[in-house]
Design a protein around this ligand. Sequence first.
Ligand SMILES: Cc1cc2nc3c(=O)[nH]c(=O)nc-3n(C[C@H](O)[C@H](O)[C@H](O)COP(=O)(O)OP(=O)(O)OC[C@H]3O[C@@H](n4cnc5c(N)ncnc54)[C@H](O)[C@@H]3O)c2cc1C
Length: 441
Amino acid sequence: MAPADQAGDGLFAQGFKETPYWWEAAAPPPETAPGLPDRVDVAIVGGGYCGLNAALELARRGASVAVLEAERIGFGASSRNGGMVSGGIKLASMGLDAHLGTERAGRLVAEAMGSLPFLEDLIAREGIAADYARSGRFLGAWSAAHFRTMEGQVELYRRLTGMRAEALPPARQREEIGSDYYRGGLVAEAFGSLHPAKYHQGLAEATRKAGARLVDGTRVTGVARDAGGFRVGTARGDFAAKDVVVATNGYTGALTPWMRRRVIPVGSYMVATEPLAPGVAREILPTGRMISDSKRVMAYYRLSPDGTRVLFGGRASFRPVTAGVAAPVLHARMLEIWPRLAGTRITHAWTGNVAFTFDFLPHMGMHEGVHYALGCQGSGVAMMSYLGNQLALKIAGGANRASAFDGLPFPTRPLYAGNPWFLPAVGLAYRVRDWLDRRVA
Ligand SMILES: Cc1cc2nc3c(=O)[nH]c(=O)nc-3n(C[C@H](O)[C@H](O)[C@H](O)COP(=O)(O)OP(=O)(O)OC[C@H]3O[C@@H](n4cnc5c(N)ncnc54)[C@H](O)[C@@H]3O)c2cc1C
């Protein structure tokens, strides 16, 4: 039976929807499929944070820009995500020095961390009402060994962010979460939160005002070189562009086979609960921080910006399933953390694609003359915004120095053409490792 048919049966609230909770306040506008230009300086494929940030910067610098979006503007991950804003500090513990050298690795970390203030400045400068807050993050330790690793990272967090970071042992974790599910965790203040769809909508508005043309309902089907640059083909006709940017992330498809071979689209799933009884939200998440954990099949969750609901996300399935099928899995995981939410029903469930890469790094660069920024490993609110801006600076010649992310070797694997057939096996291995981690440590 489809979840929608089960509305009111205990798990799904009356009026349950398989669309993002975020769309209640900021749904992607209906498709208008406006006319195509004859010629632009820059054609941008994909209307998410990356494409729009590139368009905003280019338009402000006087370029004529068209953003082509196959669906409604905001259809992709940019209006579906958890709204947790990371400053890229994860890169600092990836051991990048060994294969990229200390200088390049240091610049990558510095830029990734700069993506957080970049986003904060953008939101403030453009006056985007995105419910942004420097809320901080609590990273739950799944095992005692994970907690010991976190203790070892505290100093790095403090040094790099200049803000509070502290490892909380199990006896203190209730300062952050009303649950004994974890074996302690790391609290770090240098993280933010926002309403992802409001951010996207405000960004689209600013981009339009800056003079860029946003063309929805128009899938780009071909990009071919011609004398003045490129011919950009769509089902609705073609036009000329001096430069082309591909900003399709987890939705990268047949248009760009070389890029598709380098990006692994992975479904991420979220649910929203109905409003909690008064006082419950404060008891289960006393500080209102964003939460994620150190499990391989990780969960990420938070309160809604108005503080009334839990928004709970994770990898509910390693095969593509509908949001309605994933919802009971996420609900069950939520109850492992907070059994007291057993009677709390789900009002929304949704899914979207994140883009992984084989080296777990975001990439920007150029292939056969076409610019790209791809691969956020599920943390792209700040990073894909930043890389979109970096692409624009590169095209406009406005960057003081090339981004450290520009032109990194972009690996693929033999037999991989864009269909991640290996994910179910990876999922199984992750589950086994999670099971072992908890028992061994
Ligand atoms: C459920 C979920 C939760 C997440 N949670 C977080 C989080 O809490 N924090 C965080 O930092 N990140 C999170 N992310 C990741 C984050 O949302 C993304 O990194 C970011 O939105 C990517 O932006 P983008 O502009 O690169 O791509 P997208 O926003 O995905 O936009 C790509 C667009 O390209 C369009 N497109 C594709 N092909 C074509 C074509 N041929 N022609 C025209 N258009 C095309 C697609 O329709 C799509 O709209 C999450 C993602 C998901 C799905």
